[in-house]
Design a protein around this ligand. Structure first.
Ligand SMILES: Nc1ncnc2c1ncn2[C@@H]1O[C@H](COP(=O)(O)OP(=O)(O)OP(=O)(O)O)[C@@H](O)[C@H]1O
Length: 252
């Protein structure tokens, strides 16, 4: 028990024995995995494997029935969603939810960690530190030239990048992304892979993705889920060669 606790503190995120049941159905079943700082981990697996539910549990949207989620040694399963954000965990959902009527600059500005409402955040006087942070993030997400454009005018891929930027400006240590390249062009997918590699120089990234080409481009390690459990884990080469993974996922 003691040894486990000490070990868990060395990981950025330690998920142990995580379980959640919906009406008796275990969507996540005694799941354990560990994230090192600055790695890109990709969770893959067939539809209904429980991947999105794992992200819901980590960000506090869904309550665990059992097990633990320790982030930098702090237990997340008892915390509320806003406390988990405050602790340094950011989550992007599959569909972009940017403010269409605001400019790219304003979208990043309202996401800057101060103020609690859009109007309240905009009422703050802009200072050079905020502008600098916005410009730095805009460059990272390939939108420096679009700062004054309304978000509504961006392509689907650019909206996805803006939403990643809206997370980055809050400086979360762990970023969780659910199918970030869904609906993107080939060129946008390549740029998103570059973006994630830059991001992991400062952050840890946990991604759910079905696009295996993209997974091969970005993953340090891959965790394969099936029926709420981890069935394989390791390098992309390792999991691709694992007969269990081929049987339930890659062979289809
Ligand atoms: N709130 C909920 N109430 C009841 N059942 C749920 C709930 N959330 C998820 N489930 C069920 O849990 C299972 C796992 O769903 P989840 O969305 O986590 O899978 P997934 O691996 O992300 O699948 P996909 O690749 O299709 O997104 C599914 O059978 C789903 O119907």
């Amino acid at each position: 028990m003691n040894a486990k606790r000490i070990q868990s503190n060395e990981f950025l995120l330690a998920v142990e024995g995580l379980t959640v049941s919906f009406d008796g159905f275990k969507a996540v079943d005694d799941l354990s995995f560990y994230l090192d700082p600055n790695e890109i981990r990709v969770i893959i697996g067939p539809n209904g494997a429980g991947k999105t539910t794992v992200l819901d549990l980590i960000c506090g949207k869904t309550r665990a029935s059992g097990g633990s989620i320790r982030f930098k040694g702090r237990e997340l399963t008892k915390m509320r969603e806003h406390q988990i954000v405050h602790a340094g965990v950011g989550r992007k959902f599959q569909n972009p939810s940017v403010f269409e009527d605001l400019s790219v600059f304003e979208n990043l500005e309202v996401s800057y960690p101060r103020g609690h409402t859009v109007m309240g955040a905009l009422a703050f006087k802009r200072d050079s530190a905020v502008e600098e942070a916005i410009e730095e993030v805009a460059e990272t997400i390939f939108l420096s030239e679009m700062l004054n454009e309304p978000a509504a005018s961006l392509s689907h891929g650019q909206k996805q990048w803006l939403e990643i930027g809206m997370l980055l400006i809050q400086k979360p240590e762990l970023l969780m992304l659910d199918e970030p390249v869904a609906g993107m062009s080939v060129a946008e997918r390549k740029k998103t892979a570059e973006l994630l590699k830059v991001i992991t120089t400062r952050h840890t990234v946990l991604v759910i993705e079905h696009d295996m080409q993209f997974v091969e481009n970005i993953a340090d390690r891959v965790t394969v889920m099936h029926q709420g459990k981890v069935i394989s884990e390791g390098s992309i080469e390792h999991v691709k060669a694992d007969p269990k993974v081929v049987e339930v996922y890659l062979g289809h």
